[in-house]
Design a protein around this ligand. Structure first.
Ligand SMILES: [Zn+2]
Ligand SMILES: [Zn+2]
Length: 253
């Protein structure tokens, strides 16, 4: 099993210790995983104040533990990024705000996508774009991104493909429960578009903020990728310190 998006107590919104996580992944048979704590360049709430580690020290700490040095770098495209993230094996670039109120529906989504587009043109030290259609999860009716926005989505995928970056399949809210959102990020139409455009670089992660969520919905996500025609996952070969493409089937159980 695999999970490339896990938070620990280095994130302001998780209490999991690395020691607890190591026991949990072993118990669940998740032998390929990546810790990706939040580091935010935004003005939202206390995030800036709560970035409680130096990225450099954190990367070395993970490496000393024999783990992949991962991070979820949150950016709003405005706060200058002053740290060097090239020291990380795996950087998920995530945009955690929207710039027009969600009550404005598609206009809000459009502003979000425009900001994502801008961010990936102004910052290069990342591997995958995190949870692309993130604001949809917070829109009260989970309104889908309109077809008129797919030109922008296409431009974002185009840029990622051209620059050798990838997309993260985030399974955090891919459950079927009554109150659950029930879709992955990006949603299925967007993933299909990425595939159709020739996108191949893709990682998968549960975005777990607690032990119970580690590995959650990953199997469902892997089967979705296969159904959409993806054959490989991007994984980091820790002993050889390089990225590889591994057959998705290897992680299906
Ligand atoms: Zn995130
Ligand atoms: Zn996350």
């Amino acid at each position: 099993m695999i999970d490339y998006h896990i938070h620990t107590r280095f994130s302001p919104d998780s209490k999991t210790t690395i020691e607890e996580l190591l026991i949990e992944v072993k118990r669940k048979g998740i032998y390929n995983f990546c810790v990706t704590d939040h580091f935010e360049y935004t003005y939202v709430g206390d995030w800036l104040l709560e970035n409680q580690f130096s990225p450099f020290v954190y990367a070395n700490h993970l490496r000393d533990l024999g783990l992949i040095a991962g991070i979820e770098l949150g950016w709003n495209g405005m706060v200058p990024i002053v740290d060097d993230f090239r020291n990380f094996d795996f950087v998920i670039l995530s945009i955690h705000e929207w710039f027009v109120p969600l009550s404005e529906g598609q206009r809000s989504y459009q502003a979000y996508l425009q900001r994502v587009w801008s961010c990936i043109h102004h910052f290069d030290h990342f591997h995958v774009l995190g949870h692309l259609d993130f604001p949809r999860r917070y829109e009260p009716s989970f309104q889908p991104f309109g077809k008129e926005l797919y030109g922008l989505v296409r431009d974002i995928f185009q840029r990622l493909i051209q620059t050798g970056k990838g997309v993260e399949l985030n399974t955090k809210v891919y459950g079927n429960g009554k109150s659950e959102y029930g879709l992955p990020h990006p949603d299925i139409q967007m993933l299909a578009l990425y595939r159709e455009m020739g996108g191949t670089v893709i990682t998968i992660g549960s975005d777990a903020h607690g032990l119970d969520a580690v590995g959650r919905h990953i199997q469902k996500g892997l089967r979705l990728l296969q159904d959409l025609g993806f054959r490989y996952l991007s994984t980091f070969n820790l002993p050889h310190r390089r990225w590889e493409m591994e057959p998705i089937s290897r992680y299906i159980c």
